[in-house]
Design a protein. Structure first.
Length: 249
């Protein structure tokens, strides 16, 4: 597998033309069929204007609560971390995904319709580069419970089946697998975010080539195939033991 970070000019909030940047960034490379194009959520948010000037917000916690689907009161979080714990778009993420780094004085929010944005990026690349089979992922950085450091996670995707299914197949000793599925979206996001970096690299796009065993499709799935209801999740006892709050919107 080959992961190529694509260097671009900075995208400037409150709004900038991401499609122009994608086109000119990818023109440096000859895009191949069966590639996955990963775009960081921050530049998608800037493209869509999903950001707020920091000096316009009196209380960041209120903004976090408004953006979150569920949240835990800050008093429950270690004082060593300036975060609130939240769930947004069915993902456990600190501070509703709001980011201040490389933001030029703005709070960058998570994209409001990430799957719609992934589809629009997909359709643009298909038209401009005449590809037939490829995929798009919108990624972000993510902290994993009980693990130090951050890694990439996918918050939206388009153009391919996000799961590799091993159910009813046999392992090397002939035992039939009952539950195993590989999360392709998060696996590729982790590789891409590692190459794109977290600082001043100025590489908000990555192209992943030579990825094996992906089923490409241009149809839109009726639901997010990665989403699991909290009642069905393997971590359900832990997640449901927390006294989550919901902001009145």
């Amino acid at each position: 597998m080959i992961v190529r970070p694509i260097k671009t000019r900075p995208l400037i909030p409150p709004q900038d033309d991401l499609l122009y940047v994608i086109k000119h960034g990818l023109l440096k490379y000859r895009l191949k069929e069966k590639s996955i194009i990963v775009v960081t959520s921050k530049v998608v948010s800037i493209w869509k204007g999903d950001n707020i000037k920091i000096n316009q917000i009196k209380d960041k916690d209120n903004l976090i609560k408004q953006e979150a689907d569920l949240y835990i009161d800050r008093r429950k979080v270690s004082k060593d971390y300036d975060v609130m714990l939240t769930i947004k778009n069915n993902i456990l993420i600190p501070t509703s995904g709001i980011d201040e780094s490389n933001a030029n004085g703005y709070y960058i929010l998570w994209p409001k319709n990430p799957f719609q944005s992934a589809k629009k990026i997909y359709e643009f690349i298909k038209k401009e580069f005449k590809l037939k089979d490829f995929g798009v992922i919108i990624s972000d950085s993510h902290a994993t419970p009980l693990r130090s450091g951050i890694m990439g996670i996918g918050i939206a995707y388009y153009g391919f089946n996000p799961l590799r299914d091993y159910r009813n197949k046999k392992d090397i000793f002939g035992r039939k697998l009952k539950m195993s599925q590989t999360n392709i979206v998060d696996s590729l996001s982790a590789a891409a975010v590692y190459e794109m970096g977290e600082g001043s690299e100025q590489t908000p796009i990555a192209v992943i080539e030579e990825v094996g065993d992906i089923k490409f499709t241009s149809k839109k799935f009726s639901k997010d195939l990665l989403k699991i209801d909290i009642d069905e999740d393997i971590y359900s006892p832990f997640l449901k033991s927390v006294k989550w709050k919901k902001d009145k919107k």
